[in-house]
Ligand binder design. Structure first.
Ligand SMILES: [Zn+2]
Length: 394
């Protein structure tokens, strides 16, 4: 199933911020908001206004700052007081969106809420109807069934809960994998079943967490069974192991031929700034933004890389560094795993010509130094120095 539209909804300022060791100040939140606008996400969830006064004020400030037509959401629990406060916080946005959450899984209903399923339906109906009565007919209301991904045991009830929300006035049905427990396909099949029941009565949205490291896969595949909105976070921030990573999701969809509004060149600068603003370093091997992801060290890979370096499709490259706004390039480095090609390539780049025998000699020399010194990497500068001593010697 080809997706009709894909709306990238960012929740960094709400789900991301609430899980930080030091939540952002209002100035920091404004900066993150502006980064999101520059990145051109389709919608922004700005916070949880009823949690405290600062949060309320911040949501008001960000709502007024929002560009025309950009949906600005805020989260509320399913009670009238909170809904009223939430609406007050975001109503100045050009395009405000009310987001109400309530649990739907059997486990949560029995062990956390400790009420009957009938009461759950009542709570959903009453809260959404109330929200609709205060926001008016033209405003979007999103309903999240918390723990949707854990609602396998009471799935028939869960479908009823979402239909109740739609009848009461919700236009967007958000399906969270609040805690990632099962395989992506288990979740994706549940999304498909909900889409079959909801049809075009509401937009289906996905909100996944990364407890097992599969949030991106789950979100991306959900798009192909009818989800039209994906909730994501910058640098994969969020509760526990985080929310679905914006960059991975956007690049994966782009690589599969989908059109997104994201300004891809803003990805890397945004990621670096978010790392500074959170104090959370970016891992060297982190997809899309990790420092080491364009390095090639093994002989076979280096051969493929050098032969396809200037082609749009690289033998060992899925997207180019510049596409995501990086200043670095694919790099060839030398370790005891590397081949002759690495040396030839590195010297050639510096304009140093060495004969085939010379390359062979340098290769043996560099490999023996590496092996002698705990298999360390031999830097480009060292290879150049070695080649010069060799040339002098010759
Ligand atoms: Zn969440």
């Amino acid at each position: 199933m080809k997706p009709k539209t894909i709306h990238i909804q960012d929740v960094t300022l709400r789900d991301g911020n609430q899980a930080l060791k030091r939540p952002w100040t209002i100035d920091e939140k404004i900066e993150v908001f502006d980064l999101l606008v520059e990145l051109n996400v389709d919608g922004i969830e700005v916070g949880f206004p009823s949690s405290n006064e600062t949060e309320f004020h911040t949501c008001q400030v960000l709502s007024k700052r929002a560009p025309k037509g950009k949906p600005i959401a805020a989260l509320s629990r399913a009670n009238q007081n909170e809904i009223a406060v939430t609406w007050e916080a975001i109503q100045k946005a050009d395009c405000p969106r009310m987001h109400i959450v309530y649990p739907v899984s059997d486990f949560s209903i029995k062990h956390v809420l400790k009420i009957s399923e009938k009461e759950v339906l009542q709570k959903i109906r009453n809260s959404i109807s109330f929200a609709r009565s205060i926001v008016g007919p033209g405003i979007e209301i999103q309903f999240s069934g918390e723990h949707f991904g854990d609602a396998i045991e009471n799935f028939a009830f869960t479908k009823e809960a979402f239909l109740t929300a739609i009848e009461a006035g919700a236009n967007i049905i958000n399906l969270p994998n609040t805690v990632e427990r099962y395989r992506p396909m288990v979740f994706v099949n549940m999304v498909k079943e909900i889409k079959d029941v909801v049809k075009d009565k509401a937009i289906i949205s996905i909100h996944t967490h990364n407890d097992l490291g599969m949030a991106t896969a789950t979100s991306v595949e959900s798009v192909y069974v009818g989800a039209e909105q994906i909730e994501v976070a910058l640098n994969g921030l969020g509760e526990r192991a985080g929310n679905t990573n914006l960059y991975e999701t956007a690049i994966a969809l782009h690589q599969n031929g989908e059109n997104l509004n994201i300004n891809f060149q803003r990805i890397y600068p945004t990621a670096k700034r978010i790392s500074e603003l959170t104090g959370i370093p970016i891992g060297e091997k982190t997809p899309i933004i990790g420092e080491d992801i364009f390095s090639h060290r093994s002989g076979i890979h280096q051969d493929g890389v050098t032969k396809t370096l200037h082609q749009s499709k690289g033998a060992y490259r899925t997207f180019s560094p510049e596409f995501v706004g990086r200043m670095d390039k694919e790099t060839i480095s030398f370790t005891n795993q590397s081949g002759h090609k690495a040396i030839e390539f590195l010297l050639h780049q510096r304009g140093i010509q060495v004969s085939k025998e010379g390359i062979h000699h340098l290769f043996s020399l560099a490999k023996s130094i590496s092996s002698r010194e705990n298999n360390r990497e031999i830097t480009e500068a060292e290879l150049v120095a070695l080649s010069q001593s060799l040339l002098t010697y010759q």
